[in-house]
Design a protein around this ligand. Structure first.
Ligand code: GDP
Ligand code: K
Ligand code: MG
Length: 277
């Protein structure tokens, strides 16, 4: 039997715990993450020749390490390297939810999307083309209604298939020539570090430009990282002077991308009676 770790990630109230319960039934227990009071819900599910260890990560809107929850979710993904991340997305709040999706994809771990609450979305006339969504994010999309235990088998099937192929995430968001130029240079310097890095290099380079303190703390403990850190700091200063706060520029580009994906894959149907009256 193959044992695989499946982590559920998503915004608060997207239906993570509901789907966690659907997946694990009574095979679960609750503890804490080491050193913090954040609850760790872990369970177990057999599927064909596989055994999934299912982890319900804390609900977050991002992975910027702005809160204990964000830090716990991010550390789990980076350090424990789950074989598959199932990103539970609230279909009634797609645009906001995709902001987290994007950050999950940028960690370069295998991700699938469970488009949850499609019952509520349908009722509101929000029609999401999951094929277009999957195409735009280069990531499998499964529909689910957690409250009715619908889509659970699909989540397991796609998770199993995706974890098995364990393809590195093919998705890359580009941030414009100035930032890309800086990223190229920093990534190049990060490549010359002999120690294996826990985080993807492009992700680390982005974090250095954003001024993410946790990421710089991590990197400064790695031998041979001095030049990369110093160069990133120079680029950061330069960007500040030329274009403004790099963290803002990066966030704006993420929002632009998410808005475009949303517009591309979603159609809102107005109530018929309202439009004909
Ligand atoms: P979490 O914060 O992500 O763990 O979300 P929960 O699993 O606690 O779910 C939040 C609320 O949404 C609960 O009241 C669930 O019963 C409800 N819920 C979860 N999935 C669905 C769904 O697909 N459709 C509907 N209508 N409600 C859902
Ligand atoms: K909740
Ligand atoms: Mg929950």
């Amino acid at each position: 039997n193959t044992q695989l770790t499946l982590a559920l990630a998503g915004n608060p109230n997207s239906g993570k715990t509901t789907i966690f319960n659907n997946l694990t039934g009574s095979n679960q227990h609750v503890g804490n993450y080491p050193g913090v009071t954040v609850e760790k819900r872990e369970g177990f599910r057999k599927y064909q020749d596989k055994e999934f260890i299912v982890v319900d990560l804390p609900g977050t809107y991002g992975l910027m390490a702005h809160s204990a929850d964000e830090l716990v979710a991010r550390s789990f993904i980076v350090h424990d390297k789950p074989d598959i991340i199932v990103n539970i997305v609230d279909a009634t709040n797609l645009e906001r939810n995709l902001y987290l999706t994007l950050q999950l994809l940028e960690l370069e771990r295998p991700v699938i999307i469970a488009l949850n609450m499609v019952d509520v979305a349908d009722g509101k006339g929000i029609q999401i083309d999951d094929r277009l969504l999957a195409q735009a994010l280069q990531t499998p999309v499964v529909r689910s209604v957690g409250r009715q235990n619908q889509g659970t088998e699909d989540i397991l099937a796609v998770a199993a298939a995706t974890a098995e192929h364990s393809q590195p995430c093919r998705f890359t968001l580009l941030y414009g020539s100035k930032i890309e130029e800086a990223l190229d240079r920093i990534i190049d310097l990060l490549s010359q570090i002999r120690t294996g890095l826990r985080f993807p290099r492009r992700w680390l380079a982005l974090k250095l430009l954003e001024g993410d303190t946790e990421a710089s703390k991590y990197l400064s403990g790695i031998q041979g990282s001095e030049l990369a850190i110093a160069t990133a700091s120079l680029f950061r200063q330069e960007l500040f002077e030329e274009l403004g706060d790099p963290a803002l520029l990066i966030a704006e580009q993420r929002h632009r991308f998410v808005a475009a994906v949303y517009a591309h894959s979603v159609t809102i149907h107005e109530d018929e009676e309202m439009t004909t009256s």
